[in-house]
Design a protein around this ligand. Structure first.
Ligand SMILES: *Cc1c(COP(=O)(O)O)cnc(C)c1O
Length: 551
């Protein structure tokens, strides 16, 4: 076998293989940089040097590449990062397809930008349409590949707009049977699919190229960041074509922040919600008599065939809901993105499938970043099913679980804090973030119980009273017999509830007695959870529980 480098050069456009890469400046080295005609001053309003905006970024910023390497499970040298997967697709064709000579193979209906990128580059387009079930016509693709001018097979899995995935066996077969053809699989929606990425096929198949995006599963469509994953020799050739500095510093910052350790629990929780909602819509939509067919989906959208196109559009228009019209490509078909639960409720209400006034879940997210801690919290006061807590302090995790379990709320909480110093900041900031999230989730407090009170627990006595009055106040009575439980200082227990009362806007009174510090602290957390349960729970009315009509 020829070396990968010779091979990649051989299948690339000759002009790309031949020229030497333009050398954009590398990462800043700490030297005095008088080499790039930049301004020595950062733009206002930040002070000198603060934003770094006056300096060109690295061509492929290393911290971000390292993060993506972790996220995608492939080495940085196998990744090209650009302005979305769209740019990666464009650069791939500009690197490998000679205009008026080379061709791409596309299986429509598929991602529309495949055609655009091919046409801009002047590549020919061979089409092998999907079959009646929207599956790949495998024999047809193999037959079409007898044309040696096909340089790139452009597949999408899960496919946009049909939502189904391509079998990994077929992709592996295509790669090995056509060693000098690039097999591209656009995995823009792979995070939503039970099938998983094909990245593990890359080491054995140097002609396999994958594209990934941060626009869909990670909520970064407005930031423009996406990647190609491939053998390093393909990546190196593509880097010759990628325009200079495609990853602006604000983009790098936004992505690093969105993919921080503490944010991953939030992404996980949202992905769960997304999948549950997809199942709910797939179950509910067939009952609509304006819809003829609903197709199963491994992505965050659902393709459907309308029974009455005009009536369907009219109903949705009345609720100002837009769905994607695919009728110019597939007669009678539309694509609906899966939204957040309350948005999907609106869709189902518009189609007359649920009562629009049905109760909405009270959920909220809170992100808190300080010098000492990085925290993300998601609460759902009406669905206790998701509890996932990681603060790095085992005992504290266990205590927070007590609050979630006994109050009956779902709680996803991740805290990355300065535990090498001590636990103080982590505990305090967690309380502040949790209180703020609860306050947001409670909204205008319509229908809640407002008050909660709870009494003895085991041999330890914990009396807890709570009033979600909107006004913070805190009293604590109790003497702990020892100073700490493991790494958790006993004094942090009252401090936690004081901080919680402050950011939640609640009156919390705790009176605890006992002779075991562990049990006493646990009783406080359980007690607060128990007292929160009636306080946050909603009754049949939507009254505000105050004589003033507001709290
Ligand atoms: C949305 C989408 C993309 C675009 O990704 P960006 O990273 O936003 O450019 C790529 N491929 C498919 C199939 C898509 O649906």
């Amino acid at each position: 076998m020829s070396s990968d480098f010779e091979w990649a050069n051989r299948i690339a456009r000759p002009v790309i293989a031949e020229f030497k890469a333009y050398s954009a400046r590398g990462a800043s080295t700490g030297a005095l940089h008088l080499d790039a005609n930049e301004s020595p001053w950062s733009p206002p309003p930040a002070g000198p040097r603060e934003s770094g905006y006056n300096r060109y970024p690295a061509q492929q910023p290393s911290a971000l590449m390292a993060r993506l390497s972790g996220l995608y499970g492939v080495p940085s040298q196998n990744i090209l990062l650009g302005r979305g997967a769209d740019e990666a697709l464009d650069v791939l064709l500009r690197t490998f397809c000679e205009a008026r000579q080379d061709k791409v193979l596309i299986c429509p209906p598929s991602f529309g930008y495949f055609n655009v990128a091919a046409q801009v580059q002047g590549a020919g387009i061979v089409t092998v349409p999907l079959d009646d079930n929207f599956d790949i016509d495998q024999a047809g693709v193999k037959q079409a590949l007898k044309d040696n001018a096909v340089k790139v097979v452009m597949l999408c899995s899960p496919n946009n707009p049909t939502g189904n995935s391509i079998s990994r066996k077929f992709v592996a077969e295509l790669c090995s049977m056509n060693p000098n053809t690039l097999i591209l699989v656009d995995e823009a929606y792979v995070e939503f699919s039970p099938m998983g990425s094909l990245s593990d096929l890359m080491p054995a198949n140097r002609n396999l190229v994958l594209t990934r995006t941060l626009s869909k599963a990670y909520g970064l469509a407005g930031v423009r960041a996406g990647a190609a994953l491939a053998n390093p020799e393909i990546i190196n050739l593509m880097l010759k074509v990628l325009p200079p500095y495609p990853v602006p510093r604000p983009v790098e910052q936004a992505v690093i922040t969105a993919l921080a350790a503490s944010a991953m629990a939030v992404h996980d929780a949202r992905m769960e919600i997304w999948k549950v909602e997809r199942t709910r819509l797939l179950g509910a939509l067939p009952a609509c008599d304006l819809i003829e067919t609903i197709y199963p989906s491994n992505a965050n959208f659902i393709l459907l065939k309308a029974a009455d196109e005009d009536a369907l559009l009219k109903k949705l228009a009345r609720f100002n809901i837009k769905i994607r019209d695919f009728r110019n490509k597939i007669a009678g078909h539309f694509r609906i993105s899966v939204g957040m639960p309350e948005e999907n409720d609106l869709l189902l209400a518009a189609l007359g499938l649920i009562d629009q006034e049905s109760k909405k879940d009270r959920t909220a997210e809170e992100f808190r970043t300080t010098k000492e801690t990085d925290i993300s919290v998601r609460v759902n006061l009406d669905d206790p099913s998701g509890v996932n807590i990681e603060t790095g302090l085992g005992f504290f995790d266990h205590m927070l679980e007590q609050i979630a379990k006994h109050s009956g709320m779902g709680l996803t909480l991740k805290c990355a804090g300065d535990l090498h110093i001590d636990s103080h900041h982590s505990v305090e900031d967690t309380a502040l973030a949790l209180g703020a999230a609860l306050k947001t989730a409670l909204g205008n407090k319509a229908g809640i119980g407002r008050y909660g009170f709870v009494m003895p627990m085991d041999e330890t006595q914990a009396k807890v009273a709570i009033d979600l009055s909107g006004r913070p106040s805190f009293t604590f009575k109790g003497d702990f017999p020892s100073q700490a439980v493991g790494e958790f200082a006993a004094e942090m227990c009252p401090h936690f509830f004081q901080s919680l009362s402050q950011s939640l806007g609640a009156s919390i009174q705790i009176d605890v007695a006992g002779d075991n510090t562990h049990h006493m602290i646990e009783a406080c957390f359980k007690g607060v959870g128990r007292a929160l349960r009636p306080a946050i729970s909603r009754g049949p009315t939507t009254d505000i529980p105050s004589t003033k009509g507001v709290i």
